[in-house]
Design a protein around this ligand. Structure first.
Ligand SMILES: Nc1ncnc2c1ncn2[C@@H]1O[C@H](COP(=O)(O)OP(=O)(O)OP(=O)(O)O)[C@@H](O)[C@H]1O
Ligand SMILES: [Mg+2]
Length: 243
């Protein structure tokens, strides 16, 4: 049986009376490209925030490689090996592309400036950053910023990477590029959890999927099973989206 990298056990996060995430138990296995899907407001980002330590769960537990990480601070979880890109790209506009990636190495992996610079150069090559590394982030386009975001997250040395809506705003050609990059990251030994609306990307790259709806887990399985699940079809996707 594949090794379980991440396990959530009956995790809930309530905001007052709103059950943003309710009793969700998922497991992500070593080498997975795991898709977390569901309509707007389903609780996808909130679940990531609980796993990554932005929020403490209202109840339930989170395990990373068998270690209980529930309630640890975000920086502790980052140092444990989990990192993320954000739904809304968060770069430092007045730093260069290279410096943005260095931030990940310095704060995420406690590298020295020289080590972080070397690592950032290596990672800019890995993500095939197409522009001059000295370009200020404020002058980069969406796809370039996404590559920088991924390189910055990887600079922390993470072994589990969350990608939140990484395909939003990309052209079809850019989408294919990002699919290639996601696979390359996984093949380098990093397990990936993708939150995404775009079914084309999910179906193309994910080997397992969990579906959230109004904070509840509707299904978790391989794509071919999830897309035939009656509850998923009725509650969320609609058959037309799955062809
Ligand atoms: N900090 C917060 N305070 C109060 N309510 C919140 C907070 N964060 C999220 N919510 C609510 O929790 C629910 C789940 O939100 P969440 O952002 O996790 O959904 P999502 O699945 O990521 O949606 P989207 O696809 O639009 O990104 C929504 O009803 C949202 O309004
Ligand atoms: Mg979200």
């Amino acid at each position: 049986m594949a090794k379980q990298v991440l396990v959530t056990e009956s995790v809930s996060k309530h905001f007052g009376g709103l059950k943003a995430v309710n009793n969700v138990s998922i497991h992500v296995e070593d080498g997975d490209i795991f898709g977390l899907i569901g309509p707007n407001g389903a609780g996808k980002t909130t679940l990531q925030n609980v796993i990554a330590g932005t929020y403490a769960p209202t109840s339930g537990q989170v395990f990373y490689h068998g270690r209980n990480i529930t309630g640890l601070k975000a920086h502790q979880i980052c140092h444990a090996g989990i990192n993320r890109t954000y739904q809304i790209v968060r770069s430092f506009p007045r730093l260069s592309a290279l410096q943005n990636v260095m931030v990940g190495g310095i704060f995420g992996a406690r590298l020295t400036e020289a080590q972080a610079r070397a690592k950032a150069k290596e990672l800019l090559d890995f993500v095939e950053f197409p522009a001059d590394p000295a370009t200020l982030a404020m002058n980069l386009n969406t796809m370039q910023l996404k590559r920088i975001e991924m390189a910055k997250a990887l600079a922390s040395g993470c072994k589990l990477l969350f990608l939140d809506e990484v395909a939003a705003g990309l052209t079809p050609g850019e989408l294919m590029d990002i699919i290639v990059l996601i696979r390359r990251i996984r093949d380098s030994g990093i397990t990936i959890l993708i939150v995404e609306h775009l079914m084309k990307l999910i179906m193309e790259v994910c080997n397992r999927i969990a579906v959230l709806c109004f904070g509840e887990l509707l299904a978790m399985d391989v794509p071919s099973v999830v897309t035939k699940d009656e509850r998923v079809l009725k509650a969320y996707l609609g058959d037309s989206l799955l062809v």
